[in-house]
Design a protein around this ligand. Structure first.
Ligand code: 5GP
Length: 192
């Protein structure tokens, strides 16, 4: 029997309409910043927008279309592993196709939680000598931060300690295709 993807959802936390409105605002802010002096590339190559797979995919697709700038885009895939004993360990599953030396780079993330994933990414990318490196995340959980990381653009701050799914965010790889961000019904969360 085919079920629906919304069946497991307890409630919507951020609606598709709220996401669309906020993505438009972020697009305008980023456009204004890079037109107005954030760009540092001396050769004036287009801003490189780097989406972090898989979670940032829907956000990235909407955000790049809200930018009124010449851009290029590329993707990286990373996976955090370990069971909490080594949260700093982040593995690169897919690296960038292009070099970023001297270029303006904007990382697009789905969510910043403890900050370990982003810290690792930023360290690795800074070492390649970009002209500038900024971060845009759809969601932020600042109260969960374990390491300090600079985040330049935030879509929404999650006020409570919620585990959310949808609009790219998964639970066991499912729910990424929801058009909104929501929380799961307890019955749909497996006991660990
Ligand atoms: P960090 O390294 O900042 O702790 O973790 C970032 C990663 O944790 C995200 O890319 C995401 O995979 C996962 N994560 C953190 N909070 C949530 C959440 O509320 N929902 C989902 N689906 N993933 C989350």
């Amino acid at each position: 029997m085919v079920t629906t993807v919304t069946e497991g959802i307890e409630r919507v936390v951020i609606s598709a309409e709220e996401i669309a409105r906020r993505v438009g605002e972020l697009g305008q802010a980023i456009t204004a910043d890079y037109r107005g002096g954030a760009a540092r590339d001396s050769r004036r190559r287009p801003l490189l927008v780097v989406g972090i797979l898989k979670g940032a995919m829907p956000f990235m697709a909407d955000l790049v279309r809200a930018l009124d700038l010449p851009i290029e885009y590329d993707f990286m895939a990373v996976s955090s592993y370990g069971n909490g004993t080594s949260p700093g360990e982040v593995r690169i599953l897919k690296d960038l196709d292009c070099a970023i030396g001297g270029r303006d780079v904007l990382i697009v993330e789905d969510i910043v939680d403890t900050g370990h994933t982003l810290q690792h990414l930023l360290a690795g990318l800074s070492a390649r000598g970009p002209a500038s490196l900024r971060v845009c995340t759809l969601l932020d959980k600042p109260h969960r931060r374990e390491v300090e990381v600079p985040v330049d653009y935030v879509g929404f701050v999650l006020p409570e300690n919620l585990f959310v799914v949808g609009y790219g965010l998964d639970y066991a790889e499912v729910y990424r295709n929801l058009p909104f961000v929501g929380i799961l019904k307890p019955a749909y969360v497996r006991e660990e």
